[in-house]
Each structure stands twice: as C-alpha cells, then as structure tokens.
Design a protein around this ligand. Structure first.
Ligand SMILES: C[S@@+](CC[C@H](N)C(=O)[O-])C[C@H]1O[C@@H](n2cnc3c(N)ncnc32)[C@H](O)[C@@H]1O
Length: 272
C-alpha cells in the first residue's frame, strides 16, 4: 500500500500516535528503541501526524513503554520457549518482529476489524503468527486461542479506552481460560485520565479515556490468581537519565509529585 489515506477515528486513530512516536525515537542517534517497521510504515501512509501534536516527552514514554514490554516478552519466552502470546490492541505495532519469536511460540495479534484490515497491508500471517479482528471486550475471540501452553497477555495502550467493568470482565475471562501465564499492561492513574481530555491528540481524534488504576493491588483483589511481579513508573525509568539535560527537566519535575510520577505505569502480573 503506498500513501493510502488513513480513515481511522477515536481510539483506533491513536495507534498512529504510538506508531509515530516509536518511529521518531527509532530515528535518533541513540534511540531507546529501534523500530524499523514503524519507520517504514509511517512513510507509506497518508496521514498528517502534526495534527496530533506529539511532544518529545510523549515519544520518550511511548518508547520506554515498548522497550520494557519487549524485554518482559523476551524474558517470558526465554523461560517458556513453548508458549502462546496474546497481544491485545496491537495496532500497527511490530513487537512480533522486534522480539524475534521462534516457531514454538503461537502469537496472536488482536485489534478491531478495521485495524486488522489495515495491519494486513503491512504484516503477513505465518504458521505461528495470527491476526484476529475483534473488539477485546467481545468474549468470542478467546475460543480461537489454544490453552495448552503458558500464555503471555500484553495490552499496551489499551486499558484507558475501556470501562472499568470491561477491564474487570476481560481479566476474569483470561484467568478462567488459562491455567498459567503472565499479564503485562500499562494503565493511567485517575489524574492522567482527566488530564488527557485537554490534550490536542484526544480532542483531534475524539478518543475518550475511561478506566484508571489507582493502585496495583486492586487487580489482585479483582482476580485473586493474579500476583504483581513488576511495576514501573514510566516517568522514573532509568532511560530518562540518559536524555539530554533539557529533555529531562519535565520528568524530573514530575518525579517530585506522587500523583504526577504515577500518571502512567507498567505492570506485570503472574498467575498459575
Ligand atoms: C494507543 S493505540 C496502541 C496501539 C499499539 N498497542 C501500540 O502501542 O502502537 C490504542 C489501540 O487500542 C485499540 N483498541 C482500543 N479499544 C479496543 C477494543 N475494545 N478492542 C480492540 N482494540 C481496541 C485501538 O484500536 C488501537 O489500536
């Protein structure tokens, strides 16, 4: 597909923001993450990225989030070479290529049907790689996923678009279907969800943020089988220290205020 007009709206259009963020970071001299597919794809689509007003800080946090989720994925697959990966709300993300999975891993990328239709222009299904066009809140897609191997479920940039009950039901369904595995996702805190309403990117796309996570223990109360393994405040990641001095300033300021530093966090839970 060469320079075809993109017609996504709301939360679907937001995948262009994260794609662009990774591409921008990837082009730097010493990037936090290398994402050749993102660099390539943004050249092939016709979309005015400037209308999203993506700040340098956004690019950094998008890259840090992707880097740690890639790392956690590699760690899981190194411990479980025969495994299933469910990548919810994949958008046009290239994690399947960045982590270089072997054929003993069955990988499922899931997003809305319109998104998967677009995704198929850039990625091809292979024997161990599948794409499913469905809302993640529709319980039906889960029946397509095999249950015999340990499972890693990744949800990057998804939970804020769901309502509380939808997140709760999704986690319950995952826990009911799989006997052992891990769940990795990012979540905003209540302040970040409110603040997002004033960002140009949400006003331009019409995307609405709903769910926020106050503290990670809430998930353990919802699903007693889930146990928190790791968490990371993106604004406190070690990568922030490697940024040029002027780029660090806003992060250093945020680090001083608890509800600012916890605006966007990554979580990893295990269950068995
Ligand atoms: C900010 S983008 C993130 C995309 C990708 N994870 C990335 O990091 O580039 C949000 C994604 O969530 C997807 N999404 C939001 N709600 C969804 C739902 N109910 N079912 C499936 N996908 C959903 C959107 O279509 C979009 O691809």
């Amino acid at each position: 597909m060469m320079n075809e007009k993109i017609r996504l709206t709301k939360e679907k259009e937001m995948l262009l923001m994260t794609l662009y963020g990774r591409a921008q970071e990837s082009r730097k001299q010493e990037p936090i993450i290398k994402d050749h597919d993102a660099e390539d794809i943004i050249e092939k689509i016709d979309y005015d990225f400037s209308k999203l007003t993506i700040y340098r800080g956004d690019t950094v946090t998008i890259a840090i989030r992707a880097k740690y989720l890639d790392q956690w994925t590699k760690e899981f697959l190194s411990d479980h070479p025969k495994a299933t990966v469910i990548h919810l709300a994949c958008g046009l993300d290239s994690r399947i290529n960045r982590v270089q999975v072997s054929d003993t891993v069955a990988w499922y990328d899931i997003d809305y049907p319109e998104v998967i239709e677009l995704r198929r222009q850039f990625y091809e299904e292979r024997s161990h790689y599948h794409m499913i066009g469905s809302s993640v809140v529709d319980p039906e897609w889960l029946s397509q996923i095999p249950t015999e191997n340990p499972v890693l479920i990744i949800a990057e940039g998804l939970t804020m678009y769901l309502h509380k009950q939808e997140v709760y039901d999704l986690f319950q369904r995952l826990s009911d279907r799989f006997s052992t595995g891990q769940v990795a996702f990012d979540a905003l805190n209540p302040f970040a969800t409110r603040w997002a309403k004033f960002r140009k990117m949400t006003r331009t796309t019409g995307a609405t943020f709903h769910w926020a996570l106050k503290k990670p223990e809430i998930i353990e109360e919802w699903v007693p089988r889930f146990h928190l393994m790791k968490q990371l405040n993106l604004f406190e990641a070690p990568e922030i220290r490697q940024l040029p001095q002027d780029a660090q300033q806003v992060f250093l300021l945020f680090q001083k205020v608890p509800w600012l530093k916890k605006m966007t966090r990554l979580f990893l839970y295990r269950f068995e």
